[in-house]
Design a protein around this ligand. Structure first.
Ligand SMILES: CC(C)(COP(=O)(O)OP(=O)(O)OC[C@H]1O[C@@H](n2cnc3c(N)ncnc32)[C@H](O)[C@@H]1OP(=O)(O)O)[C@@H](O)C(=O)NCCC(=O)NCCS
Length: 165
């Protein structure tokens, strides 16, 4: 049995440790982290899953970004503890957070990731949306929470104003 909660400040060290475990060393050198620097995450959408004993099993975070003068959500990082992968926890976090994002009025989401995994949630390759280099354009994926929300929205992905979320 897992408990879904919003990430609190007290959870932060455990979430960072989970990300360190699940991603290659130097993850914060990735270009997507430049978009997060000095910007608050969208706290309503930063969710964690703990098991019945309170052990952290999975986490997801989101940041606001700007693309072509429009607001967008940057999904990630999302990670599931290696001993719990393949149980559907990643899907649960992604689906719950996307539903909440839609409820809060967000219209479009992007991420850098594997299409074979994210296409099951409706993500498609985003043509003309450019993440800071070096990013493989085939891994820049988008989802519309409002029909047509990515139509005509192109350009470089930019940091949102610091403090704005
Ligand atoms: C990617 C991740 C979040 C998925 O969470 P999860 O709880 O293990 O996945 P789910 O149980 O929701 O889904 C499992 C399915 O996804 C598939 N899958 C997982 N990662 C995949 C990937 N990178 N590419 C393609 N398919 C993938 C599994 O093969 C499995 O397929 P099946 O349903 O056909 O059996 C998790 O494996 C993880 O934390 N990985 C390490 C960190 C990472 O890569 N994060 C994502 C960065 S883009």
């Amino acid at each position: 049995m897992y408990r879904l909660q919003q990430e609190s400040e007290a959870d932060e060290p455990e979430v960072e440790a989970l990300y360190d475990l699940c991603f290659a060393p130097g993850r914060t050198a990735l270009s997507s982290y430049r978009l997060r620097e000095g910007v608050d995450p969208v706290r309503d959408l930063c969710l964690i899953l703990r098991d019945g004993e309170g052990i952290l099993a999975a986490a997801i975070r989101y940041w606001p970004v700007r693309v072509g003068g429009q607001d967008a959500l940057l999904l990630g990082p999302v990670a599931v503890h290696p001993t719990r992968q393949g149980e559907g926890l990643g899907a649960m976090l992604i689906l719950q957070s996307l539903a909440e994002a839609a409820r809060l009025g967000w219209e479009r989401v992007l991420l850098v990731g594997d299409l074979p995994y994210y296409q099951r949630f409706g993500f498609r390759r985003l043509d003309g949306v450019v993440m800071p280099p070096p990013t493989n354009p085939d891994r820049v994926l988008g989802l519309e929470l409002r029909t047509g929300a990515w139509e005509g929205v192109t350009g470089a992905v930019m940091r949102a104003c610091p403090g704005a979320d």
